[in-house]
Design a protein around this ligand. Structure first.
Ligand code: MLT
Length: 265
């Protein structure tokens, strides 16, 4: 479905009824990384999964996509759909950074939180430097070198060698993001603030889900967030990497289902 949200046309999937769960994808991806959750969880909840600006079928704009801007887009999407009841927010990686910005701005709209393969800390100076190099690469060579460099880190070695269809699907998703989308995300992630001081103030049921083979965000980040968020639960999926919800959909969905049933139904 497409709808006018702030200054863009935004695409989103909307399936199921009841408690709304807003799924926010990471960089450089789109809502299709949530297909197993759209298919597998819409019997117990209303699954809303947008393409962030510049990704998939949502309109791109020039300039930085700050985490606040992306969170504002998500809040505005809820306004125009419209969804007034409290939601559960589920953010993957950069989607987790957006979720933390959303909490800072719109805490009263949230009933619960799911953070997956993400971190609260800001970029280190090395990471900032790498973002700038990636921005220049996109400007000079396009998005393909970024995709080729990043794809092997998104999935586990086992998935990479045994599931070529999933590898091809992830590549296609990464190709759906416009160059402005890559640059906007990279600038936004580079400049995002440290959200660690926010963690002890999160007072809603929170679930952290991580894969133990994630090369991009190590498990230590999960453990540190778990120790700082009071009402949090940590689930670790063995044999899964950064895109754990695609690699291990049954395990991921069971964990989310139990969290939803226990806390909200
Ligand atoms: C993502 O998956 O959203 C990104 O890899 C996160 C990041 O680069 O920090």
């Amino acid at each position: 479905m497409k709808i006018k949200v702030q200054d863009i046309t935004m695409f989103y999937e909307d399936r199921g009824q009841g408690l709304p769960i807003l799924f926010i994808h990471g960089y450089p991806l789109n809502h299709k990384v949530w297909q197993p959750q759209i298919d597998g969880l819409s019997d117990i909840a209303r699954i809303i999964a947008p393409d962030l600006r510049g990704h998939g079928e949502s309109q791109a704009t020039q300039g930085e996509y700050s985490m606040d801007l992306l969170a504002d887009d998500c809040a505005a999407l809820l306004d125009v759909i419209p969804i007034s009841q409290k939601i559960v927010l589920c953010g993957l990686s950069m989607g987790g950074y957006v979720s933390l910005a959303f909490i800072r701005k719109y805490a009263s709209r949230l009933a619960g939180l799911i953070l997956t393969a993400t971190r609260a800390a800001a970029d280190s100076s090395d990471a900032k430097e790498n973002r700038l190099k990636s921005i220049n690469k996109v400007k000079n060579e396009g998005i393909e070198p970024i995709i080729t460099g990043m794809l092997p880190n998104l999935l586990s070695p086992h998935t990479l060698s045994s599931n070529p269809a999933l590898v091809a699907q992830v590549r296609e998703i990464m190709q759906s993001v416009s160059p402005q989308g890559y640059i906007g995300d990279l600038m936004g992630m580079k400049n995002r603030p440290d959200s660690t001081p926010l963690l002890p103030k999160i007072n809603i049921p929170t679930l952290l889900i991580f894969g133990d083979e994630d090369q991009i965000i190590p498990l230590e980040e999960a453990k540190s967030m778990h120790s700082l968020i009071p009402a949090s639960q940590l689930a670790i999926i063995p044999g899964a990497a950064h895109l754990l919800q695609l690699e291990k959909p049954t395990e991921f969905n069971d964990i989310v289902r139990n969290f939803i049933i226990k806390n909200f139904l």
